[in-house]
Write a protein that binds this ligand. Structure first.
Ligand code: ADP
Ligand code: ADP
Length: 240
């Protein structure tokens, strides 16, 4: 079955009449990369946030490896996060444009927090894996640094490590290079390209079109909360 399956998803915010996402359906097969593109305000970020369980949905359902983890309920527009359990949340990772690192924790503290608190894993084992991930993104020497001591590109690579240590079935990336100085974009995109090659299932929202074309197995074009195109031929999608 698909790693992730979204069926007839409908999303509304409180005090807004129209649906921000309307009857959105797609599957992401295991090990594949879906890129979501579309104009500003079309609902890309909202789509990722609903999949991550950061926003309740009002219709449809979201399933992870065939198991329904979220069912839409009308009247939940004002609720904060969805009702998903903390444990279930760890199965879908998300990285944000603005890093969202904890400023009062070191690099290692940021990466180790959720596996220790939510997954209750062994500390020595978590630390070993954190150091291994830091090595892979080229930041082993920054393990004791504080977020404010790091560049944007370094912070974003730490945010990726923090998501990966939970072994998410699906990783969501929301415009993760949009706040970076141009010289730092490449170091972050190279990490993502490595993850794609290693078979990490991902949904990526990005404006870096060359990168999107290189990394995508499938592309969805969102407009005004609707899927207007779903292509499994990135080469063709981006040259049309
Ligand atoms: P995109 O990521 O494609 O730019 P968004 O998902 O951020 O689109 O936004 C889609 C629509 O939802 C926009 O009209 C936006 O103004 C609206 N929106 C986003 N977040 C909220 C919110 N918290 N409350 C109300 N409306 C929102
Ligand atoms: P190459 O070095 O052959 O370009 P990579 O695997 O490093 O291969 O990159 C894959 C794709 O991602 C390439 O098409 C590359 O142009 C694109 N890419 C890499 N970095 C950036 C960037 N900073 N901005 C836009 N696209 C990028």
């Amino acid at each position: 079955s698909a790693a992730l399956s979204v069926r007839n998803l409908t999303k509304q915010y409180a005090n807004a009449g129209r649906r921000v996402l309307d009857d959105v359906s797609f599957d992401v097969p295991k090990g594949r990369v879906l890129v979501v593109v579309g104009p500003s305000g079309s609902g890309k970020s909202t789509l990722l946030r609903t999949i991550a369980g950061l926003e309740p949905i009002q219709g449809g359902e979201i399933a992870l490896e065939g198991k329904v983890i979220e069912t839409g309920k009308p009247g939940t527009e004002k609720a904060g996060r969805s009702a998903r359990s903390s444990e279930l949340r760890t199965h879908i990772g998300m990285v944000f444009q603005s890093y969202e690192l904890f400023p009062n924790k070191t690099v290692l503290g940021n990466i180790m927090m959720a596996p220790l608190l939510v997954q209750k894993r062994d500390k020595a084992e978590v630390e070993r894996e954190a150091l291994e991930l830091l090595g892979k993104v080229g930041l082993a020497d920054r393990k004791d640094s504080w977020p404010h001591e790091l560049s944007g590109g370094q912070r974003q690579r730490i945010a990726i490590c923090r998501a990966l240590i939970l072994h998410p079935e699906v990783l969501l990336l929301d415009e993760i290079t949009a706040a970076l100085d141009p010289e730092m974009v490449r170091e972050v995109l190279d990490v993502v390209i490595g993850l794609a090659r290693a078979g990490q299932t991902m949904i990526i929202v990005t404006h870096e079109m060359r990168f999107a074309r290189a990394v995508a197995d499938e592309i969805i074009l969102l407009e005004d909360g609707h899927i207007v195109e779903h292509s499994n031929d990135p080469e063709r999608f981006f040259t049309e």
